[in-house]
Design a protein around this ligand. Structure first.
Ligand SMILES: [Cu+2]
Length: 450
């Protein structure tokens, strides 16, 4: 290999990166934002990593290995899953438009597989649909895919063989293509994550691939809150979130504190006049979306807005006890089921306290429905939820969790009364705890005064 300066940089980068498995350590405080030798800002895969490559005669060669391993969704919940190079999602692949790439795929599973390069412009025979575009990759075999990158944007890879099973067990990854001429509007932090769902029934250790709707775990990069890394930025920085969805549901991704711009998709970064201001954007199955915002100081929730997707396993057959008077019931049931706890009468917020105090022991290898502690109490979230933490004083390349936000004095919502009869709010006559359902039915519904 002719050793140009670029090759040297790439080679040394590869050597350094190959010793890094998952960690993406923060650069020393004050270090300049590290751009790759081709000028792009590398993406940061939440809880994940970027696959190093070898440059061979001008071709970037990446090597993915399909295999089974143990994965932890959050402490207390593990499963045997399938993925690439020991992780789910597999490592992120990062290239530049115009690059020639060779993608080696070794199959260490016990059944055949293939790799589909989702949304790529490439020769038909490189598209990876088993039986249609190529023979399947049998156990033990390695196939090579080689083509030139003809586009840019946020993309994904996944098998196109026994797809329902292989994807349900975690086989997928992100494939980021940077534009050849750089971004007209540069971002300062570039995060990526994949949305997924898992039918890991409480007490079991393998995801159930036949489930179509009743999932137990909703994940960003195969992790659930609070095990999902925080998204960190400095005030005023332009942040991009690249979100891909290879789950079985659409996910409305909501970010607090900003009106963000939707700036791109599988179709690349959109022209600026096409950018849309939103606060929630549906990332549908098989789609990717790029979301960009200028960071505003604070701790801001980022989550899927399907409220069941910010919960963990619920068993799905729990009775609806909201409003049910369970007085005396708990003692009666305890005679048959020691430790039974009547719950849900006032709502389910108490659930997190009960699980944390050990009053409720669920089946083994499962997670409480909601968890996460904040500076003011329980956050009562699980699944697809994390926090965007923006601070004024972060170094430009510092990705460490800065702790909780110190709100300026007078800017936190606070109690002004503990009396339920406080104030003179307008309410429907008879509304409230003292009204029986029968009485409420007889109330005149006069909207004329509203
Ligand atoms: Cu969702």
């Amino acid at each position: 290999m002719k050793m140009s300066r670029r090759n040297l940089l790439l080679a040394s980068g590869t050597a350094a990166a190959s010793s890094v498995v998952v960690a993406q350590p923060a650069a020393p405080a004050g270090a300049p934002v590290a751009r790759a030798s081709q000028g792009y800002l590398p993406v940061r895969t939440l809880n994940g990593w970027t696959l190093p490559y070898k440059l061979k005669n001008g071709v970037k060669e990446f090597h993915l290995v399909a295999e089974e391993f143990e994965h932890e969704f959050a402490p207390g919940c593990k499963a045997k899953v399938w993925g690439y190079n020991g992780t789910t999602p597999g490592p992120t692949i990062e290239v530049v438009e115009g690059d020639r790439v060779r993608l080696l795929v070794t199959n260490r599973l016990k059944e055949h597989t293939t790799m589909h390069w989702h949304g790529f412009i490439l020769p038909s025979g490189m598209d990876g649909v088993g039986g249609l575009s190529q023979p399947h990759i049998q156990p033990g075999e390695t196939f090579a895919y080689e083509f030139t990158i003809r586009q840019h944007g946020t993309h994904m890879y996944h098998p196109h063989a026994d797809e329902m099973v292989q994807m349900a067990l975690g086989m997928m990854g992100m494939f980021i293509m940077h534009p050849r001429n750089g971004d007209a509007v540069r971002v300062d932090r570039d995060y990526c994550f994949l949305l997924h769902n898992w039918a890991l029934h409480p007490g079991t250790y393998r995801p159930d691939p036949s489930i179509m709707q009743q999932f137990d775990l909703w994940t960003f990069n195969s992790k659930v809150f609070p095990a999902i890394e925080t998204i960190v930025a400095r005030t005023g920085e332009r942040v991009r979130l690249r979100v891909g969805n290879l789950s079985m549901w659409n996910h409305p991704i909501h970010v607090h504190g900003v009106e963000y711009f939707v700036t791109g998709s599988d179709g690349g970064r959109w022209r600026q006049e096409q950018w849309r201001r939103e606060v929630t954007e549906i990332v549908a199955v098989g789609q990717t979306r790029d979301i960009e915002f200028v960071a505003v100081p604070g701790d801001w929730a980022l989550h899927c807005h399907m409220s069941h997707h910010t919960m963990n396993s619920m068993g799905h057959e729990i009775p609806n006890n909201v409003g049910v008077d369970q007085a005396g019931l708990q003692e009666q049931i305890r005679e048959m089921l020691p430790g039974y706890m009547a719950m849900g009468e006032k709502g389910m917020a108490e659930h997190q306290d009960h699980t944390q105090m050990g009053h409720v022991n669920g089946p083994e290898n499962t997670l409480p429905m909601m968890s996460g502690k904040g500076p003011f109490g329980n956050i009562e979230m699980g699944g697809m939820f994390t926090v965007v933490k923006v601070r004024d004083d972060l170094a430009r390349n510092d990705y460490r969790d800065p702790g909780w936000y110190k709100n300026p004095p007078g800017t936190v919502a606070k109690r002004v009364s503990s009396d339920p009869d406080f104030g003179e709010p307008l309410r429907r006559p008879g509304a409230g705890a003292s009204a029986t359902p029968a009485a409420a039915d007889k109330m005149p519904m006069d909207h004329s005064h509203r």
